[in-house]
Structure formats: C-alpha cells, structure tokens
Design a protein around this ligand. Structure first.
Ligand code: SF4
Length: 193
C-alpha cells in the first residue's frame, strides 16, 4: 500500500504547476528508495544532473553522500532520499520560501507514508524548512549532529555534501569527519528504542 500511495504522490508531482519552478524544470525529482526506510534523507532541491535524470543526489555531491552513507554502514537503497522542492531552482539558486511552501504538501505526504524513525536533513536549507520552530538562529555547523524531536520523529541535520566537496580534508575535527561521525551516530540511533 505504501508503494501505491508513494506512486500517487509521484504522479501528482509530475503534473504539478503550483510554483514557477515547473516552467524551467526538465524532469521532476520526486525521490527514491525503500518505502519502509527507517531513515529518510532530505536535501534542498535538485541540481542540474538530478533535473536531467529525475533522480535525487546523483551528481558529484550525491556521489559523495553515497560514499559517506556506505562508510557508515548504510546502503543507498535502504534509505529514502528526496528534497524539499521537487523541481530544480534555476542556476542552482536556493529555493524561495513560496516555492518551498507550495511544495511542502509533497514532503509532508512522503513523510506520512514512509513514517521513518529518523529524518536526516542535508544542509541548512532543508533543516530550516523542516524544523525552523526548533532551531532558533543557529547555523548548520552548530545544528549538525544534534537530535531534534519533530512530530514524534527524530531529526538530525548534517552538513551538505557540496560543502564537503569544498572542504575535502578527512582529518579529525574537519567537516567530512564530523559528517561521517554523524552518520555513525544515526546508525546507532536506529536500533535505540
Ligand atoms: S517545486 Fe514542487 S510545488 Fe513547485 S512545481 Fe515542482 S512539484 Fe510543484
């Protein structure tokens, strides 16, 4: 039933013209992964490669995210990966508030159907979009690795892989190391009651 319900959302996204991003998109990027995933990753929006392929996190940043997932013991196909907005903002600009608001019905529906134990918000935009009421004015470097309780689901923000591409050091205390540690912590969190 979950699969069928997600397909309905997917079809609605494909036909959606609720914000101006539909004018410039090539393909909609609804998200993909295990419908019974315990972990759902949410980024901000599709980039150029994602817009071409209709799949989330397939560009350079996505490949790095997948590597980090794997090194922490996750397989990409065992999680569900999506974005706050399902169409690419032109020139990779940040999605606007009204675009995120127009698209929120889809992420809300996907979360309700999948009902994950943990949501990982990838980067500052999706973190703010989802849990703005809980985070005050802190930036992503202060929010990452913290656990927030949102509608009965644990939400853990992590740094965006695009940021990690610009900060490639794997030394202890550097952004990449923190992200790997955050993913290990998330892995442990799955098995906790
Ligand atoms: S970004 Fe979301 S709300 Fe805007 S057109 Fe695409 S699917 Fe519809």
């Amino acid at each position: 039933m979950k699969k069928e319900n997600l397909k309905i959302i997917c079809d609605q996204i494909a036909a959606c013209k609720s914000c101006k991003l539909h004018e410039t998109r090539n393909k909609t990027v609804p998200g993909e992964g295990d419908v019974n995933a315990k972990v759902m990753l949410i980024g901000e929006g599709p980039g150029a490669e994602e817009d071409q392929e209709g799949r989330p996190f397939v560009g350079r940043a996505g490949k790095l995210l997948e590597k980090i997932l794997n090194s922490a013991g996750f397989k990409r196909e065992d999680v569900f990966i999506t974005n706050i907005v399902k169409c690419r903002p032109p020139n990779n600009r940040n999605p606007e508030q009204k675009e995120m608001k127009a698209c929120s019905k889809f992420i809300d529906a996907q979360i309700a159907i999948i009902n994950p134990k943990i949501i990982v918000t990838v980067g500052s935009i999706s973190t703010k979009a989802l849990i703005s009421d809980l985070i005050g004015s802190d930036g992503i470097t202060k929010l990452r690795g913290r656990i927030f309780d949102w509608r009965g689901i644990k939400v853990v923000p992590i740094l965006h892989p695009s940021y990690l591409l610009r900060n490639p050091s794997v030394e202890e205390g550097k952004p990449k190391w923190h992200t790997w540690k955050d993913m290990l912590m998330i892995k442990e969190l799955i098995n906790k009651p």
